[in-house]
Design a protein around this ligand. Structure first.
Ligand code: SF4
Length: 275
């Protein structure tokens, strides 16, 4: 059984869709299994730090920290890639972020109720325009731009717009119609080629039905089978526990094959703005 206060997120829903057993081990049993996801380990950790540092710079910029100070931070970083990422951001960040009258909400968490459970989303950035349109920006720091079809199939592409449509009013002071929402995945690896997903009422209805059914299925499940597709096992910390191999998959293949969620948040530590 899931604890009553369990909250669903795009991360744990994606884990279930990838492998029900992974969801069980990670979120129901809360098993800590000492294995790395990708190799080489040091390069994985360096990439994670680079992604975290880029998110920090973008966050500070949205909060109003002067650009020259942030540029100096990026350019003086020991990793030259951070400076390159930052200059790509300055040249190609979404135009909506600097539109007249825009209100920016970086690193904000919203939550709604769905099928009797809580569904939460932590956004990198929301940009609310004076005309009511709202852009969700998600910064991606993958080595390569993920494929569009895989991005669009991710749970994130359903969860983020739905949660904003359902719970955005408390943050923005006005309701957020589905057709006012756009989700943009912005890539440091392809700054001029973002993935832009327009939302609308039919998609909201489809996502609400899909996610409600999925949440109900997970909540009622008493078996969590191992995935038949063994490819995700190469990048899964539980692979030796599941007897699906001992060696971590290479970082470059991980980023190529799977949309890379930059940071696993401890959602129990995240306080929400709205429920
Ligand atoms: S190793 Fe494979 S089967 Fe086991 S939890 Fe991970 S993805 Fe699922």
């Amino acid at each position: 059984m899931l604890p009553e206060n369990f909250q669903f997120t795009q991360s744990n829903l994606q884990d279930y869709l990838t492998c029900p057993r992974r969801f069980d081990l990670r979120y129901r049993q809360r098993l800590q299994w000492p294995a790395v996801q990708t190799a080489p380990v040091q390069e994985s950790e360096r990439r994670m730090k680079l992604g975290s540092d880029f998110h920090y710079l973008a966050h500070q910029h949205a909060l109003g920290m002067p650009m020259p100070a942030l540029t100096a931070l990026a350019e003086n970083d020991p990793s030259p890639e951070l400076g390159a990422m930052w200059h790509s951001y300055l040249a190609h960040r979404p135009a909506e972020l600097s539109a007249d009258g825009v209100r920016l909400f970086p690193e904000v968490t919203l939550a709604t109720a769905l099928n009797g459970w809580r569904l939460a989303a932590k956004f990198d950035l929301l940009a609310a325009q004076p005309d009511g349109r709202v852009l969700i920006v998600d910064w991606k720091t993958n080595l390569r731009r993920p494929r569009s079809d895989r991005l669009r199939a991710r749970a994130q592409s359903r969860v983020y717009p739905l949660v904003l449509a359902k719970a955005g009013a408390s943050l923005l002071g006005q309701s957020v119609p589905a057709d006012a929402i756009t989700l943009e995945y912005w890539f440091t690896a392809a700054p001029a080629d973002p993935e832009i997903i327009s939302y609308g009422a039919p998609q909201l209805a489809a996502d609400e039905s899909f996610l409600a059914n999925l949440i109900g299925q997970i909540a009622a499940a008493d078996t969590f089978p191992l995935t038949d597709d063994t490819r995700p096992c190469r990048f899964c910390a539980f692979r030796s526990f599941c007897e699906r191999g001992d060696v971590a998959g290479p970082l470059d293949e991980f980023e190529d094959d799977f949309a890379f969620d930059d940071f696993d948040l401890d959602w129990e530590q995240v306080s929400e703005i709205e429920f």
